[in-house]
Design a protein around this ligand. Sequence first.
Ligand SMILES: Nc1nc2c(ncn2[C@@H]2O[C@H](COP(=O)(O)O[C@H]3[C@@H](O)[C@H](n4cnc5c(=O)[nH]c(N)nc54)O[C@@H]3COP(=O)(O)O)[C@@H](O)[C@H]2O)c(=O)[nH]1
Length: 700
Amino acid sequence: MPSHPSDPTLQARLLGTLLANLEGMVYRCRLDAHWTMEFVSEGCLALTGHPEEDILFNSRVSYDDITHPDDRDLVRNAVLAAVKNNRRFDIEYRIVRADGEVRWVWERGTNISHDNKQWDVLEGFIQDITERRQADEALREAERRYRSIFENAIEGIYQSTPGNGYLAVNPALARMYGYNSPHDLISTLKDIEHQVYVEPKRRIEFMQLMLKNGVVTNFESRIYKRDGEIIWISENARAVFNSTGDLVFYEGTVEAITERKLHEAEIQFQATHDALTGLPNRTLLYDRMQQAVLHSERYSNITAIAFLDLDQFKFINDSLGHQVGDELLKITAQRLTSCLRESDTVARQGGDEFVLLLTSQPDEESITQTMQRVLHEVSQPWMANDLEFRITCSIGVTLCPDDGRDVETLLKNADSAMYKAKELGRNNFQYFAAEMNDTVTDRLALLNRLRQAIPNNEFVLHYQPKVDLGSGKIIGSEALIRWNSPEGTVSPANFIPLAEETGLIIQIGEWVLRTACRQNRTWQLAGHPPIPVSVNLSPRQLARGDIVELVERILAETGMEAKYLELEITESVMATDVEKSFSLLTRLRALGVKISLDDFGTGYSSLSYLKRFPVDTLKIDQSFVRDIATNPDSAAIIKAIISLGHNLNLTVLAEGIETEEHFQFLLKNGCNEGQGYLMSKPVSNHAFIKLLHEGIRQYS
Ligand SMILES: Nc1nc2c(ncn2[C@@H]2O[C@H](COP(=O)(O)O[C@H]3[C@@H](O)[C@H](n4cnc5c(=O)[nH]c(N)nc54)O[C@@H]3COP(=O)(O)O)[C@@H](O)[C@H]2O)c(=O)[nH]1
């Protein structure tokens, strides 16, 4: 028969079972100096390591002894306070077990009323909570660590709400965004989308990515700092959901990447721009051209590609030095840029070649106007070494889609048109025409043949007499090269510029100098009246700097006296590297060689140099002579040159005299000497000897 729950025997047995199996110790003790135990449950041994009988009535050890010395006051104060206030006490403290191990315990108890008035009695329960305390401590430690990371991280850390505000940010993020403290940031930024992101749509993209993937990685954006400064940041973040799957907040890290971005931009810029001029380079040009071609095709508008080459740049670079050459390229880059719209592109193709990309052009007229502007701007004077210079350019223009629909073709066509512009006297622009491509092929073929001309003995010299205008007597000769190529005679006007461009002129010029001196000496040895021979000196020959040695060597080789050699240089040679030219010409003069300034009046050199430079003769350019009758300006210029020359004690020679009228005008105005078809065209060596003997027609 089952016992009734109120049966005292049953209750005692249940209580005994409970006490025996409790993890901890039930006790009854006196509130005295030793916490004298009157009763302890079976758990005493497990808790303290002491058997019950050792503790009861302090037989071997008191509970006060077991209490950790550092915690005894704490325990006593807590118990006394509770007793005084008639409350339960509830304390955590340490005990020292029999084996010396320190354990944390949790004690709850109360003062109970009883008949003995000698001492108060406490009843309670003491439980080992060491594991929990350790777990709590570990948790607190972990929290401390994470807080330290949060507080001291260099990266910004945040939690933000989908509602556009911040829940928490660390000091690094506040600093990064220019705020005094995390609180300052959180209370100011209530609308992340507009207050933080420079492009507010980035916040929307951020949220969309979160919705789709739950994370964003390396999410790079530009953001406003508190003072309005814009910086680049990179975010790594994740969405945090609650147990029911609702989005609670986003949390993530922020890295300031402005420096990296600037560095990347710098690298990108370097990869796509020319280091000297800062202009887009070939890579970027091709890219933009490709886009422009597509645009032209889609919207049926014109894209113009202009290939521009500086005239005489190589000469300037060689003679004035690379620093001046670089300066000129930079100035040209600026001038070109100033002529175009922002949407157009000026690129440096390499060397002294530039490409202009003009998009969405309304018509050819507008392109023509731009090209005229470019020619004008490029030819403006510029200063180097305190000297004023001018340089011109030649431009080839091709149109998309009419002349080509791919980058390579368009550039090739523009290049061909540029060569045409060079051929037509430089300082002009030409639109591409299909037949121009043949010209480029022809040029390459010509160059190949030109290389073989000296070894194959294909050059000869012709001579044009120089005549004293007063007496009509031949007083000199100009050596002019002729090329009897196997394919026919090639005019020097066609191959000299090519030889100049490619440097072949150095070899050719040396051949001319040697041949002219040798033949002149042969005339003299044959008993013909000795007259000087003039040889054209290319700017490149002078720029090399060894011309004096070359002339000396050839004079020695041929036995010709220096006074019979005249070197014709152009004005530009004199005006480029002034000191170098001055020194070379002075040394040539010292040998006894004469110097004449060819094509005078067409260049830009300062007249002050004329006074200083060792020059003997001014050769009035034939373009002025040709226009004597039709252009009063030309006539006036001729008169001025004659007067200038005479004032400087120079001989003045006019070239290109083709008519009696030219002759009379020049004679009347005091020009000393002349050259031209009226007297004689350039003739062969043999024919010239004949002229020397027979003389030419007498004038005046
Ligand atoms: N560096 C070198 N340049 C040279 C050399 N030989 C010639 N050249 C240069 O080539 C250009 C063309 O020369 P060319 O066809 O020989 O023409 C010369 C004369 O034939 C021409 N001329 C002379 N008189 C008249 C005339 O009355 N009318 C007319 N239309 N042309 C005429 O002028 C040219 C001479 O020019 P210049 O040298 O300025 O005195 C030319 O630039 C030559 O310089 C060479 O060996 N080396």
